[in-house]
Ligand binder design. Structure first.
Ligand SMILES: Nc1ncnc2c1ncn2[C@@H]1O[C@H](COP(=O)(O)OP(=O)(O)OP(=O)(O)O)[C@@H](O)[C@H]1O
Length: 522
């Protein structure tokens, strides 16, 4: 039997209506009950006020506050560190306000951790620089635009902000010195005559004092140092006589743009990271905090680009040492001594500076690093001698130094240099592989795939082509189809030339063998 759809709909509505009416009814009742409860409470309070004696009301209030005090957690005790701007901080980098009320009863924090900074007043600048990177403009009432050397946003005097470190809230307040406030109410934190100077107040719960001093403050200093290092303009220095001449270094090469085997690239980056973290390690083992890299491979494979990428990554200046310009031990010593920490010494094409040492040279090398005097067609210095010399100098002075040698001909080097442990890492910069090509394609055309790629991938396994050659082909046209077409053509020609070279060689071989056989027969 079929049911009339209109009847079914009517039936459905009839079923739905009672539940809707019930809900409305329940809601009305609830509102009515709430209204009457509120009315009763108001009435009861009014009656209590009227009827209960005053003493009884006071006693009830006292009992309620007692219960509240028993169950509510009391506000945490606070501590405040006062960090003064440079003018006031010549004696102390920060003062410790013990009770956190801004009154400075605790006097100076001079006994221990705070003093270790040397009191050069830089912590104030560092803290402001750090806070500029943590400011959330949406939560600040007032903001100072261009209030620090970098032109970034900074906290306005009188304002405060909160920073969270290891899950703990640290509150910063910027306090203007007396001269700026002009209200005649200058405080003199700790009584060191700093009333006229600006300061920052760092407040936190008392239980986090150790975290603040031992971790948070050093973290701020380290973060700012790191940021400054990243922002600084790099320089490359070239030696003239016994002094260095510096110019700005704007080499665009980075590890992202460098075309090389991805695993090798990753291991170089990891090695640099490890080196940076090992200050204590080098101190403990009593060795100079330095690392040596030997870069080798055919011309145009990116050795100089890798040096630039390392400098850009570490933000270290480069010192490009031209040994032909060094004419005496003392000038070499002066040049090496003048290199500051966090720098890279580069000696390019060492195979041209040094020849494989004779036995006599090896014997002398540890004692005589360089033979003075111009006009010697071949310096008697050996590479290992130079390394010993550098080791000796840098083990007593300087930290975080990198030394890089480059060569196109590793086989021409003094075997002493190639011994394990002499240079820390040997890095082969080879011909352009498929992964390296993909990096170049990304660099030049922001390209991940192309119809030409399969052909190029096969050709790259068949011919030896340097990244410099590939780069040059990719630069020939702004049209990616044209550029990749030219590259494929170039690779095919190379392959053809290689085949012809091989056949010429094998022909010569055969001819040679035939001649030898004829001679034997004769
Ligand atoms: N691995 C690479 N990654 C990215 N670009 C490269 C690479 N190799 C070479 N190039 C390109 O070729 C140019 C020359 O390369 P680079 O000078 O770094 O090679 P090199 O190995 O130091 O050569 P040489 O031994 O002749 O000094 C670079 O400026 C860069 O444009």
């Amino acid at each position: 039997m079929e049911m009339d759809p209109s009847a079914a709909a009517a039936g459905g509505k009839a079923l739905a209506l009672p539940s809707y009416a019930k809900a409305v009814d329940a809601y009305r009742k609830a509102v009515g009950t709430a209204a009457s409860v509120t009315a009763y409470v108001v009435l009861a309070r009014g009656m209590a006020r009227e009827l209960l004696p005053h003493d009884l009301t006071a006693a009830a209030r006292w009992a309620a506050s007692l219960i509240r005090a028993r169950f509510e957690t009391p506000p945490a005790e606070r501590r405040t560190l006062v960090i003064k701007s440079a003018a006031a901080a010549h004696r102390y980098d920060y003062d410790y306000d013990y009770d956190g009320d801004g009154g400075g009863e605790g006097g100076g924090w001079g006994g221990g951790r705070g003093r270790g900074r040397g009191g050069n007043g830089s912590l104030y600048d560092e803290a402001r620089e750090y806070l500029a990177t943590r400011i959330d403009p949406h939560t600040m009432r007032r903001l100072c635009l261009g209030g620090n050397s970098k032109g970034a946003l900074s906290m306005e005097h009188g304002d405060s902000m909160t920073d969270v470190f290891e899950g703990v809230e640290f509150t910063w307040a910027s306090v203007a010195g007396k001269s700026q406030r002009g209200d005649g109410n200058a405080y003199d934190y700790g009584g060191f005559g700093s009333a006229g100077t600006d300061s920052l107040e760092l407040s936190f719960d008392a239980e986090h004092m150790d975290l603040a001093l031992d971790k948070y403050v050093p973290f701020i200093a380290a973060t700012v140092t790191d940021a400054r290092r990243r922002d600084r303009t790099l320089q490359i220095f070239i030696n003239e006589g016994s002094s260095w001449n510096g110019i700005k270094h704007h080499h665009p090469s980075t590890f992202e743009t460098l075309a090389m085997d991805p695993d090798l690239k990753q291991s170089v980056v990891a090695d640099l990271d490890r080196f940076l973290k090992r200050r204590e390690y080098y101190r403990r083992i009593g060795k100079a905090w330095k690392r040596g890299y030997l870069l080798y491979g055919p011309p145009g494979t990116g050795k100089s680009s890798l040096v630039a990428a390392m400098a850009n990554y570490l933000r270290f200046n480069l010192y490009d040492l031209d040994l032909s310009e060094v004419h005496s031990n003392s000038s070499l010593q002066r040049l090496l001594n003048c290199m500051p920490n966090k720098s890279i010494l580069v000696i390019e094409d060492i195979d041209c500076c040094f020849t494989t040492a004779s036995r006599k040279e090896k014997d002398d090398s540890d004692h005589i690093p360089y033979r003075s005097g111009r006009g010697n067609s071949e310096p008697r210095i050996t590479l290992s001698g130079l390394l010993n010399f550098i080791d000796g100098l840098w083990s007593t002075s300087g930290e975080e130094r990198i030394i890089i040698f480059t060569t196109n001909y590793k086989d021409r080097l003094d075997p002493a240099l190639l011994r394990p442990g002499r240079m820390d890492m040997h890095i082969y910069m080879g011909y352009c592989c498929w992964e390296a090509f993909k990096t170049l394609a990304r660099n030049y055309f922001i390209l991940e795939d192309h119809a030409r790629f399969p052909e190029i991938q096969v050709l790259l396994t068949e011919v030896e082509v340097t990244p410099a050659e590939v780069s040059e082909m990719l630069l020939r046209s702004e049209d990616v189809d044209v550029a990749l077409g030219l590259l494929a053509e170039f690779l095919r020609e190379k392959k053809q030339a290689m085949r012809e070279g091989e056949s010429v060689e094998s022909h010569e071989d055969t001819a040679g063998k035939e001649e030898a056989a004829a001679a034997d027969n004769f």
